[in-house]
Design a protein around this ligand. Structure first.
Ligand SMILES: CC(C)(COP(=O)(O)OP(=O)(O)OC[C@H]1O[C@@H](n2cnc3c(N)ncnc32)[C@H](O)[C@@H]1OP(=O)(O)O)[C@@H](O)C(=O)NCCC(=O)NCCS
Length: 176
């Protein structure tokens, strides 16, 4: 589907499929890793890892365990949002992940992708708990999550390392 951003740019939002070139996904994720944009991962991926990730994620989507929407602009992936069921006894818990490329932030894409993914996850997974983890110092992401109805439910102190400092990891759960 086409989606118009607040600045007038139009992006295409599509479920992950083999039609999206692996290079576009690799450049996208490594771009955010290189700017140290609060991802769990801090080392760039290579093409082999990227292709394995695509295969595994598409398999998870087919099994009804995952959702992954990519936002595409021209020949780039510039945003994504995922929802993944936990396994076994945690199967009714769904964890959300969101990333927007730097030059597409602040124009409503993250919020739109999350709303779309959460709605699809509710329909597909009927989750008991929808949650995510965010770095304590990631004020922008926390603001977005609070706007969407997430609340802190757990805090792991000094859990992650970023720019040489220990930072908290906060679990936030969707309340509505
Ligand atoms: C966090 C992130 C996904 C937000 O996406 P985005 O597309 O820039 O956000 P949006 O433009 O949709 O903004 C939605 C809301 O987020 C908050 N927000 C976004 N940018 C903000 C900023 N610069 N300052 C404060 N709040 C901000 C606001 O509440 C905003 O709502 P508003 O426009 O009504 O004020 C994006 O910054 C990102 O990908 N960052 C790097 C990776 C990351 O941190 N991922 C999350 C890891 S847990």
């Amino acid at each position: 589907m086409k989606h118009k951003l607040k600045d007038g740019r139009v992006v295409n939002i599509v479920p992950l499929s083999a039609k999206i070139p692996a290079k576009w996904l690799l450049d996208y994720i490594n771009g955010v890793i290189e700017e140290d944009g609060y991802l769990q991962y801090d080392k760039p991926f290579n093409m082999k890892q990227q292709k394995e990730w695509i295969t595994n994620t598409i398999a998870g989507m087919r099994k009804g365990e995952q959702l992954y929407f990519a936002a595409v602009s021209g020949k780039r992936v510039i945003g994504s949002c995922s929802a993944r069921r936990e396994v076994g006894r945690g199967r009714d818990n769904v964890v959300i992940g969101i990333v927007v490329s730097k030059d597409f932030r602040g124009v409503g894409l993250g919020e739109f992708l999350m709303e779309k993914t959460i709605a699809a996850a509710k329909k597909n997974f009927k989750p008991n708990n929808t949650y995510l983890y965010v770095a304590g110092s990631n004020k922008i992401a926390k603001k977005l999550y609070e706007k969407l109805g997430f609340e802190e439910f757990v805090r792991y102190p000094n859990w992650w390392i970023r720019k040489g400092k220990k930072i908290d990891s906060i679990g936030m759960i969707l309340k509505n």
